[in-house]
Write a protein that binds this ligand. Sequence first.
Ligand SMILES: [Zn+2]
Length: 353
Amino acid sequence: MKNSLRRIDLILLAAALLFAALCGGFRYALAHFSPEKYETEIAGLNARTESVRAETLAERSETEKQLAFLRADLRNNGEEASALADRIEKLRAAEEEKEERLALLQPEARLYDDTQGAIEDARRQYALKIRELEDKILSGESSVRICYLTLDDGPTKITKQFLDAYDELGEHVHVTFFVAYGANESDDEEEMLRRELASGHSVQNHSYSHDYWGNGRVYRSLEGFREQIQLQDDWLYQVTGFHPGIFRFPGGSKMGFYLRPEAEEVFSELGYQWVDWNCNLYDAGENRRGAVEEIEVALYQVPLEEIAVVLGHDWNLATLYASKVFIPKLQEQGYVFLPLFPESAMMGMESKR
Ligand SMILES: [Zn+2]
């Protein structure tokens, strides 16, 4: 019994001690509890939360701004792309239209080429016939005589009068015009060139500038010489659709070769021939003659040649009047007035007078 009491006592004592300890701890805790500290911590936490939220909001607004920018950019690009596509489509349509028009024009272009080719063939056949006649004359098989009347430096203001006069003389009078773009001024140059060809006359190359005195452009350099022939050829082709093939040296070949000895190289390169004359009307220069003297000169010099190449100028009225007289007179003597072509046996003939 004593033992069991003692055990209960012990238990009670332990319980009392435990209680006391618990009360002490609680008091300690109560003694150390501070509401201010708690509130400060809460306020700190709240402030941090607020700042994180502000940061998040700021980031979101930045992201939205960028998104808006990207959307606008995308829209702009889209508009640009569709404008570009429109332009490409328009260009393609224009290209197709061009091709269609080209296809329509092609037969015409071919016809033009064929016609040009046929005319050039006919001209060549004609030139070869004349060459045949020349060969017969030179070998003594034919008593026909040829007069090539050549007129330099046109077209001029009075070229039309020459053409009218030769039309009046009949369809068998043909001459050769050695034309130079820069030699003389006239308003109807291009019309005259086409009329010369349409009337069956020959149109040939007398340089582009005709500027040959002293250090003039025609003979200043080999390159310049080539250019003078080429420019004139281009101009004549542009106006008439035909290339000439004969060059007449401004001032004659003696002056030409003296100032430009390599000229032959240019001729073979360009497929050109050249020719001077063997009769001279002396209708240019300081001591040029009047119409009456020109007639005398023509009627004296031409009959000395089986094939005459006569030098004259279609800026000189005296030559117009003289030729209206000496052409019919020479025809009566058996001369035919033909156009001069590169196929002629006269090519490369130097001036005699
Ligand atoms: Zn000339």
